[in-house]
Design a protein around this ligand. Structure first.
Ligand SMILES: [Mg+2]
Ligand SMILES: [Zn+2]
Length: 222
């Protein structure tokens, strides 16, 4: 089988999969951007800035082989802040999908939230009006995961949300998935700020995405 036939049959087989690994994008799949950069501080704002984290390709390959759809769910309030357009965000995301596809990995869909809630008094400046809204898709709201559930007929109880921030964990919990905190990106900071009780509610805390694969494989057999 050549590469494109392989990808096609993968796409076909995926029609029968009803569980997903939901992946946060920045800090989980790719490196987050520096807060110190001049343009769009804290946001990946160009294709050149995409840096896939070590082990992420291998991890996703294993998830895929284990029988999960791979779905990315990402907050991108940079759009609301006017750092770049929604169109441009889509371009970055498409590029990311292509990079993974080169390794035989299908990122089924990248769902994003471009919004930013109406700021408290005095902070309204700089937020693009179109995107200024209290939405249901900005994590920790579960909207992005619920959209995916609808689109792909997913069983959320059998699915897992993986991310480096408490918003990711919150979104997963509200949607009814298992939750995994990775210590890449903001992960260590996130962990430090959690009470013991909060930590215990997270199903798995792992140093990297690759270190979650054994746990996820085990989970898939349950
Ligand atoms: Mg993140
Ligand atoms: Zn939103």
């Amino acid at each position: 089988m050549n590469f494109s036939m392989k990808m096609e049959s993968k796409f076909y087989m995926q029609k029968f999969i009803n569980k997903a690994i939901f992946l946060d994008r920045d800090g989980t799949l790719i490196a987050g951007a520096s807060l110190k950069k001049r343009k769009a501080p804290g946001y990946v704002s160009s294709i050149r800035e995409i840096k896939i984290l070590p082990g992420a390709l291998q991890a996703l390959k294993l998830f895929q082989q284990t029988g999960y759809l791979l779905v990315v769910v990402t907050n991108q309030s940079a759009v609301a802040r006017g750092f770049f357009t929604e169109k441009y965000l889509q371009r970055i995301n498409r590029h990311l999908q292509k990079q993974f596809a080169r390794h035989g990995i299908i990122l089924k869909k990248i769902y994003y939230c471009p919004h930013y809630p109406p700021p408290v008094a005095g902070q309204a400046e700089g937020i693009v009006k179109r995107y200024r809204r209290k939405c249901r898709c900005r994590k920790p709201e579960p909207g992005l995961l619920l959209k995916a559930k609808k689109e792909f007929g997913l069983n959320l109880k059998k699915s897992v949300m993986v991310g480096d921030s408490l918003r990711d964990i919150g979104a997963g919990r509200r949607a009814g998935t298992k939750t995994v905190l990775v210590l890449t990106g903001q992960g260590r900071k996130t962990l430090k700020n959690l009470s013991r009780k909060e930590r215990e509610k997270i199903d798995l805390i792992a140093p990297t995405l690759l270190k979650t694969t054994r746990w996820i494989k085990k989970l898939s057999t349950k």
